[in-house]
Design a protein around this ligand. Structure first.
Ligand SMILES: NC(=O)C1=CN([C@@H]2O[C@H](COP(=O)(O)OP(=O)(O)OC[C@H]3O[C@@H](n4cnc5c(N)ncnc54)[C@H](O)[C@@H]3O)[C@@H](O)[C@H]2O)C=CC1
Ligand SMILES: CC(=O)C(=O)O
Length: 373
């Protein structure tokens, strides 16, 4: 199969969808890889490393996109929609529940859209989301701590406190991969940490992991409102796979938060869990203030640590790319339930129920479409 790897164009997105090691893996299985010149630069991979690995360097995005399968990191931006063509396999993060125009462009062009974030194993894990959630979760506490500094717009709190001065309070809403990693770093900084989740089993696991070093609280509007009132940093880390994020924190709850406190809404890529995170921010201009609270809503947080993130991401995506290239998407998805769940658009239909629901579009089962083809 001919596989294209365009350079990412989102603001400060320095990751790349394939390392030279990934190129070698695909080449040794008999495939061809076309990498846009300088695509790996932001992650520290030179053009020479790609050519030595056997990739063909191409000078334009158009050439990288004009292949049978395109591997990317971020969801395509409007200026990339013109590259879509019928039957193209697009393997990348898509976050379609929060992207009505992208969804329409994929359907109109009959693109086979396979979203990293909805590839899901029988155990319910999301193997192609997990490493980036680990990165974003760890970053969330680090970033929150920075923005609590007075010079960055916060109230001037040191999360770990000092002897004689109280520690900062961090509330993490959603105790999955992002939430657990955020809690680890916040704890490491010495903060007083509370995780709010809806799933009692998950809270038992968190209790086994952290013991009495953190508090776990059941997610409901009353508990969330109470926790937020005296929190210095609140991290949004809820996910309902493929669906638009539920708005668990109302505008009124944010109004009750302390002036100079900080919100980091990691779930912004699925629309965000705060009513007040009504816009996506960029690494260039990451925060805005509302009701006296600093809001951080960057949808590509791992893009800021591209070397770690690119290697972490491609460690898990390349084995799936290999299956898609070897068997073709039809057989690969028929043989692998996890990959089948990744198909969000196919033959002009939305094939992920939560995405169809988010946009009021017709849903068509991917399995039936593949079998009838
Ligand atoms: N902004 C960025 O750069 C990045 C964003 N993300 C996003 O972070 C979000 C979280 O991802 P993961 O931690 O991997 O998901 P996950 O599936 O591991 O965890 C989600 C957690 O939310 C909990 N939850 C569901 N409904 C809830 C509710 N009503 N109240 C409280 N908790 C609830 C679940 O029980 C689960 O523990 C996703 O939207 C993901 O796409 C991930 C990586 C980077
Ligand atoms: C998960 C995602 O969208 C990211 O890593 O940018």
């Amino acid at each position: 199969m001919r596989i294209g790897v365009p350079k990412e164009i989102k603001n400060n997105e320095n990751r790349v969808a394939m390392t030279p090691a990934g190129v070698m893996t695909l080449l040794s299985a008999g495939h061809e890889v076309f990498v846009e010149r300088d695509a790996g630069e932001g992650s520290g991979f030179t053009n020479e490393e790609y050519t030595e690995a056997g990739a063909t360097l191409v000078d334009t995005a158009k050439e990288a996109w004009n292949q049978e399968m395109v591997m990317k990191v971020k969801e395509p931006l409007p200026e990339e929609y013109d590259y879509f063509h019928e039957g193209l396999i697009l393997f990348t993060y898509l976050h379609l529940a929060a992207e009505p125009e992208l969804t329409k462009a994929l359907i109109d062009n009959k693109v086979v859209g396979i979203a990293y974030e909805t590839v899901q194993t029988a155990r319910g894990t999301l193997p192609l989301l997990t490493p980036m959630s680990e990165v974003a979760g760890r970053m969330a506490s680090q970033i929150g701590a920075q923005f609590l500094e007075k010079s960055r717009g916060g109230m001037g709190i040191l999360l770990g406190g000092i002897p004689g001065v109280r520690r900062g309070k961090v509330t993490v809403i959603g105790g999955g991969v992002v939430g657990t990693n955020a809690a680890k770093i916040a704890m490491g900084l010495g903060a007083d940490v509370t995780i709010v989740d809806l799933n009692p089993e998950r809270m038992r696991e968190l209790d086994d992991i952290f013991g009495s070093k953190i508090n776990t609280i059941m997610s409901n509007p009353l508990n969330i409102a109470q926790e937020l009132k005296d929190s210095d940093l609140v991290i949004g880390a809820v996910l309902i796979p493929g669906a638009k994020a539920p708005k668990l924190v109302t505008d009124e709850m944010v109004q009750e938060m302390m002036d100079g406190s900080v919100i980091v809404d990691v779930a912004i890529d699925q629309g965000g869990i705060f009513e007040t995170t009504d816009r996506i921010t960029t690494h260039d201009n990451p925060t805005y203030e509302k009701h006296g609270v600093l809001h951080y809503a960057v949808a590509n947080m791992p893009g800021a640590v591209p070397r770690t993130s690119t290697i972490g991401l491609t460690n898990v995506t390349v084995p799936y790319a290999l299956k898609l290239a070897k068997k073709g998407y039809k057989k690969a998805c028929q043989d692998d339930e996890a990959l089948l769940k990744g198909i969000n658009t196919l033959n002009g239909y939305v094939t992920y129920e939560a995405v169809a629901e988010a946009h009021g579009l017709e849903y068509c089962d991917a399995h039936s479409l593949l079998n009838n083809d």
